[in-house]
Write a protein that binds this ligand. Structure first.
Ligand SMILES: [Zn+2]
Length: 163
C-alpha cells in the first residue's frame, strides 16, 4: 500500500496515511483532516488535546517521532514525493502461493521433456520470487506491529502529560 507521511497541523503528530485517502482523523488529537495530493488542505481542530507545552514532554515525543521516522526510512522504500510503500502481508502470501502453483507448470513440463537443467532453472526462479514475496510479507507485518507500538507509546506519553 502506498502511504504518505504527514504532520497533523493541530498537534504536530506525524501521521501515516494511505496515499489515496481524502479524509482522515488524527489518532492523537482527534482533528478532522481534509487531504489533497498528500497534503493537509483543511483541518477541524479536535476537542481532545493540543500540542504539549511542557519541554520535557516535547523532547520525549520528539525523540520517539524521530525513532519512528528513522525506522520508516530504513525499512520502507520511498519515492521522491515522500511517499513510501508498505507491502500488504495478505497480498504477498497469496502472491507466493500463486507463484508456487504457476511456477510448477513449466518445471513439470521441462521435467516431462527430460530437460533437467531447464526444470531446475525454472524451479529456482519460482523459489526466488517466493523468497522475495515472503520477505515483503515480513516487512509488512513488522511495519504494522511497529506502528501500533509507536502509536501506543506516543499516546502513553501524551496521557501521562495530561494534555
Ligand atoms: Zn493531531
Amino acid at each position: 500500500m502506498r502511504m504518505t507521511a504527514l504532520t497533523c497541523p493541530h498537534c504536530a503528530a506525524p501521521l501515516d496515511l494511505p496515499a489515496r485517502v481524502q479524509r482522515a482523523r488524527c489518532d492523537y488529537c482527534g482533528s478532522q483532516l481534509l487531504l489533497s495530493h498528500g497534503n493537509v488542505v483543511e483541518h477541524d481542530a479536535g476537542p481532545a488535546r493540543s500540542a504539549p507545552q511542557d519541554d520535557a514532554v516535547v523532547r520525549e515525543l520528539d525523540q520517539l517521532d524521530r525513532e519512528w521516522q528513522a525506522y520508516r526510512r530504513t525499512y520502507l522504500p520511498r519515492d521522491s514525493e515522500g511517499q513510501y510503500f508498505v507491502p500488504d502481508p495478505e497480498h504477498c502470501l497469496y502472491g507466493a502461493w500463486g507463484t508456487g502453483v504457476i511456477g510448477a507448470i513449466p518445471s513439470g513440463t521441462f521435467l516431462a521433456m527430460n530437460l533437467l537443467t531447464a526444470a531446475i532453472a525454472s524451479a529456482m526462479l519460482t523459489a526466488s520470487i517466493i523468497f522475495v514475496l515472503n520477505r515483503q510479507r515480513q516487512i509488512g507485518q513488522v511495519y504494522q506491529r511497529s506502528l501500533a507500538n509507536y502509536q501506543q507509546e506516543r499516546l502513553k506519553i501524551l496521557n501521562a502529560a495530561g494534555t
